[in-house]
Ligand binder design. Structure first.
Ligand code: GDP
Ligand code: IMO
Ligand code: MG
Length: 424
């Protein structure tokens, strides 16, 4: 069976966790392929909210395998915290959670390096979640990292010490004031490592290959969003992994010709957390309404998310680089009450009108050109069928489908699992 992918098409927080949870009943395996605890994936069901950072969003379904792929970076301390929360809810993760030996480990000093790097940048900071993501991927590509499989080797603690010592000298090199007590951090870290070691480590590319051969269905769960991709995002204001479809191939060991459906998720508007350009960002009452009604605060850091209109230039670009086959539109309910909605359909770029996503979208180069459409006033949150959707919302959806040339197959009308409308 081909492996299906689910990816965020904007700057993250599109609602990936919710939809993976909704789709999990169709799959035997849910596999995370990149990112780490910078992600915060929210699931809501039975009146309860759950936030996952590293653990795949299929974990609440009995009988589904949840795989943490080689492309993921794991912070054992945060991972342990997630496991503790699952345990408190009687989720039997021991049977259902497997981890790639090739996944890299975030050390306490990676987090400190992240903080030092950001502090040294001053106003030019990335707005990182400070989870050590950048430094860990740097050690991976620099061929210095420590992997999950290394924990099974007798000399891994010596290798840990050598790397942590090197990091300490790098922190000193930054010449910024970072206060820390490494001994305390290490006590917590080594305790969490023991918990991690009690889980099942696997050669995940072989596991996935065999699963495919025996007809198992697999959904790969992306983290972050396409505009945060290290290659195709708004560099340098990006994360340090490939968040786009190609990342699923390298992050799981799945060959490109084995990819099936590519589900692309987007909000009916746009949000971004952290620094970086955002052409359709709003600084007015409309933006404040999106933020308030959409409860736009980061699931990992609690920071307010910047809000703005839907940007079809950026969305089209994301659909292209991912090969999206189906779209899912989230948070349509948040836009209820706007008289009209704006959609960016082109950029004025250095004086020219362009419809593609250019090299540089800094505000001095890019001005969004909007098409205005009718809004809808009805509350969507109790709706469960397409026939109930207001005319103006249907028109909005059809307009987007026409522009993007891809069908929108799910419309999400609230955070709960049940607030999901399937379109044929
Ligand atoms: P992810 O990182 O892509 O999984 O998304 P986050 O969990 O960070 O952010 C999405 C937020 O929107 C969460 O608080 C979800 O509970 C919420 N959410 C998801 N879908 C909808 C929806 O259709 N409507 C509303 N109002 N909230 C939603
Ligand atoms: P999910 O999976 C939204 C952003 C950070 C920062 C930049 C780099 O929940 O959609 P990093 O910690 O990776 O060094 O931060 O990327 N960022 C996210 N924004 N959702 C996420 O994940 C994000 N993960 C990282 O805010 O701007
Ligand atoms: Mg999130």
């Amino acid at each position: 069976m081909a492996v299906d992918l689910l990816l965020g098409l904007q700057w993250g927080d599109e609602g990936k966790g919710k939809i993976v949870d909704v789709l999990t009943s169709n799959y035997d395996i849910i596999a995370r392929f990149q990112g780490g605890p910078n992600a915060g994936h929210t699931l809501v069901f039975n009146g309860k909210k759950h936030v996952l950072h590293t653990i795949p969003s299929g974990i609440f379904h009995d009988g589904t395998i949840n795989l943490v792929g080689n492309g993921v970076v794991i912070d054992p301390v945060i991972f342990k915290g997630e496991l503790d929360k699952l345990e408190a809810q009687d989720v039997d993760y021991r049977k259902s959670l497997v981890i790639s030996r090739k996944a890299h480990i975030i050390l306490p000093t990676h987090r400190l390096l992240d903080a030092a790097s950001e502090a040294s940048k001053g106003k030019a900071k990335i707005g990182s979640t400070l989870k050590g993501i950048g430094p860990t991927y740097m050690d991976k590509t620099g061929r210095n990292g420590i992997r999950v499989g290394d924990l099974e080797l007798s000399d891994w603690k010596e290798r840990y010490r050598a790397l942590a010592d090197k990091h300490e000298s790098m922190i000193a090199f930054y010449d910024v004031d970072i206060q820390y007590n490494l001994e305390e951090l290490e006590t917590e870290f080594f305790k969490a490592i023991e918990v991690l070691k009690s889980l099942k480590f696997i050669d995940s590319e072989e596991y996935i290959y065999q699963a495919q051969k025996t007809g198992k269905t697999i959904l790969a769960e992306g983290a972050q969003g396409s505009l945060l991709d290290i290659d195709f995002g708004t560099y340098p204001f990006v994360t340090s992994s490939n968040t786009t479809a190609a990342g699923a191939c390298t992050g799981l060991g799945v060959a490109p010709n084995q990819i099936g459906e590519v589900f692309g998720i987007f909000k009916a508007y746009t949000t971004r957390v952290g620094s970086g350009p955002f052409p359709t960002e709003l600084f007015d009452e409309d933006g404040a309404t999106m933020s308030r009604v959409g409860n736009e605060f980061g699931a990992t850091t609690g920071r307010p998310r910047r809000c703005g209109w839907l940007d079809l230039v950026a969305l089209k670009y994301a659909c292209q680089v991912n090969g999206v086959t189906q779209l899912m539109m989230m948070k349509g309910d948040v836009l209820s009450g706007f008289k009209t909605l704006k959609v960016c359909t082109a950029y004025k770029y250095k004086g020219d009108i362009i419809k593609h996503f250019p090299y540089n979208i800094e505000p001095e180069n890019v001005e969004p050109i909007y098409t205005e459409v009718d809004g809808w006033q009805e509350d969507l949150t109790e709706m469960s069928e397409t026939s109930q959707l207001p005319k103006a919302l249907n028109e909005y959806i059809e307009f987007l489908e026409k522009e993007l040339e891809i069908p929108i197959t799910i419309v999400s009308v609230g955070p709960d699992r049940k607030q999901t409308i399937f379109r044929s």
